[in-house]
Design a protein around this ligand. Structure first.
Ligand code: NAD
Ligand code: UDP
Length: 323
């Protein structure tokens, strides 16, 4: 059955893939975005589709649409971007979620919040299950994002307790793939852009810190799967790939696959509060959704590298100087 679906942040990396999937499934999709960290380029092909609409709007201001489901993705996600204007990042998380939930409450729509593994901070439990309450520095440079997302989760659950709203909270771990902003400063986009250009690969710190990388197609499968769960299921639920790699291993893989012969350099010290390790415990997603990621890092990197080679980087404006 065709649904009316609002995707905030729908022009971004994950949002554009999500919109594409929902449009292809025949739903009426409204993509709401202020294009802070993305460009219309991501949705150019969707703009031709009759069941897709783009609305340029900032979620810190209220919005009203008659919809059945809301995916709330609007928020800068790359550390350099969210730290560039931290107060705006906090407003986006908090006010954006209040507005999404206010709308969800009025029209009875299900609301899915794109939360993050950053709610676990620099974790001292490994891998991280949903029951882990995290180790976040509330006054550090990442707090605008980490605490903003934690506040957003609190808002979701308060709306449910106070008004019986239909909510879903997904905690997304590092996800990569085609249509990442080439100048977002995240590790995969940086390494791939650098390797393709034959520039040195910039490792921060000594490269022993770890992350687990999920290919975007797997993540979107999981996200839609969570939205489709019965109303009793609220999450939070981890979505990510449990295969863990050090940043040095990632750099070596990118160089090997890109075949570029780029050098690897220790470019600068580890940024403050940069988590030393991160890996999702996805037992809940396996149990509730029967979901596990299918695309391994090598296959996903090949697709990502192919995409970076296929685009004209001069068409992309760096959203902030931090990349
Ligand atoms: P992205 O930066 O590509 O997308 C975010 C989108 O939100 C952009 O299109 C941006 O223009 C828009 N936006 C930002 N502030 C806005 C505002 N005030 N009003 C309206 N639109 C606004 O990042 P992404 O990787 O696609 O992330 C999407 C969501 O998923 C974010 O909420 C992010 O926190 C979450 N997430 C992503 C990852 C990941 O690895 N990609 C991991 C954890 C969580
Ligand atoms: N990183 C790096 N080189 C880069 C960009 C990032 O070594 O050019 C490191 C960063 O310090 C962190 C990891 O890669 O340890 C992942 O960074 P990213 O910004 O992608 O996301 P995070 O998981 O920290 O939110």
């Amino acid at each position: 059955m065709s649904k009316r679906i609002l995707v905030t942040g729908g022009a971004g990396f994950l949002g554009s893939h999500l919109c594409e999937r929902l449009v292809d499934a025949g739903h009426m999709v409204i993509c709401l975005d202020n294009l802070y960290t993305s460009q219309k380029l991501n949705i150019t092909r969707l703009l031709e589709r009759s069941n897709f609409e783009f609305v340029r709007h900032d979620v810190t201001e209220g919005f009203k649409f008659e919809v059945d489901e809301i995916y709330n993705l609007a928020c800068p996600a790359a550390p350099g971007h969210y730290q560039h204007n931290p107060i705006k990042t906090m407003k986006t998380s908090v006010l954006g979620t209040m507005h999404a939930m206010g709308l969800g409450r009025r029209v009875g729509a299900k609301v899915l919040q794109a939360s993050t593994s950053e709610v676990y901070g620099d974790p001292d439990v490994h891998p991280q299950p949903e029951s882990y309450r995290g180790s976040v520095n509330p006054i550090g440079p990442r707090a605008c994002y980490d605490e903003g997302k934690r506040a957003a989760e609190a808002i979701m659950f308060d709306y449910r307790r106070a008004h019986q709203c239909r909510i879903k909270v997904v905690r997304i771990f590092n996800t990569y793939g085609p249509r990442m902003h080439p100048f977002d400063g995240r590790v995969v986009s940086n390494f791939v852009r650098q390797a393709v250009a034959g520039e040195p690969i910039t490792i921060y710190g000594d490269g022993t810190q770890s992350r687990s990388f999920c290919f975007v197609d797997d993540l979107i499968d999981g996200m839609i799967g969570v939205m489709d769960t019965p109303d009793e299921f609220t999450g939070p639920i981890n979505l990510g790939n449990p295969m863990e790699f050090t940043i040095r291993e990632l750099a070596e893989k990118v160089v090997a696959i890109a075949g570029a012969g780029a050098s690897i350099e220790l470019a600068r010290p580890l940024p403050q509060d940069d988590p030393k390790q991160r890996c999702p415990d996805i037992a809940l997603a396996k149990q509730v959704l029967g979901w596990t990621p299918k695309v391994d890092l090598e296959a996903g990197l090949r697709k990502t590298i192919d995409w970076f080679r296929s685009v004209d980087l001069s068409q992309y404006r760096a959203p902030t100087p931090n990349y």
